[in-house]
Design a binder for this molecule. Structure first.
Ligand code: GTP
Ligand code: MG
Length: 198
């Protein structure tokens, strides 16, 4: 899919204030620093559309980006960042769970995990939560430039095992990406295009 336009629309922590248009949207979620915002920039080919940082906790709100005037990419805050203040230190912030539970336009969540790490408890918990609320999701293994192709295959296989051990029947649709090298751009965009076309 060709990206003709990509524009920032609105940031907020209130799901009822998200754009009202009935356009399909795809949300990026995962641990802080996993590369959600970087992947949005890589996919859209706009280097500073979403704000990124080497320090975890950069994205704090629900950010809507309108693509080609007919669908949305949604950048979300990360979870699992330990250095947040006590009052906000819930496992998953309530406006994030509210987003996943209430947002009717959401057609697919992309759960990002760092390809270098073995399955993390918090990610499995979040994936299980998506299962409970019946939100369709894919897994994106990020930062593929950091390890060899052979290691990537090993880590994906181990992830599949971890999901099966958590009562998932099969590995969901998954992608391997590198935002610094552009890896996975076409496959992710083509997948979105297919889903958009129903
Ligand atoms: P929060 O908004 O804090 O939840 O983080 P995030 O998931 O949006 O991560 P972000 O995109 O801000 O990236 C975090 C750090 O990882 C930055 O230093 C990025 O440059 C780096 N990064 C992201 N994707 C990649 C990648 O594919 N390869 C490499 N090598 N670094 C990456
Ligand atoms: Mg971010």
């Amino acid at each position: 899919m060709k990206i003709n336009t990509a524009e920032f629309v609105i940031s907020n922590s209130d799901v009822s204030k998200c754009p009202k248009e009935p356009l399909p949207e795809y949300a990026f979620i995962g641990r802080s620093n996993v590369g959600k915002s970087s992947l949005i920039n890589m996919l859209t080919g706009r280097n500073s559309l979403a704000k990124t940082s080497g320090r975890p906790g950069k994205t704090q709100l629900i950010n809507h980006f309108k693509i080609n005037d007919n669908w949305f990419l949604v950048d979300l805050p990360g979870y699992g960042y330990a250095r947040v203040s006590k009052s906000t230190k819930q496992t998953f912030q309530s406006f994030i769970t509210e987003y996943f539970e209430k947002r009717e336009q959401l057609v697919c969540a992309f759960v990002l995990v760092d390809v270098r790490h073995e399955a993390q408890k918090i990610d499995i918990e979040f994936i299980n939560y998506l299962g409970t609320i019946e939100v369709p999701f894919c897994i994106i293994f990020t930062k593929a430039d950091k390890i060899s192709r052979g290691k990537i295959d090993q880590h994906v296989a181990a992830y599949r095992k971890a999901l099966l051990a958590n009562n998932w029947e099969e590995m969901p649709q998954y992608f391997v990406t590198s935002s610094s090298e552009g890896t996975g751009r076409d496959t992710v965009l083509n997948y979105i295009e297919e889903v958009n076309q129903g």
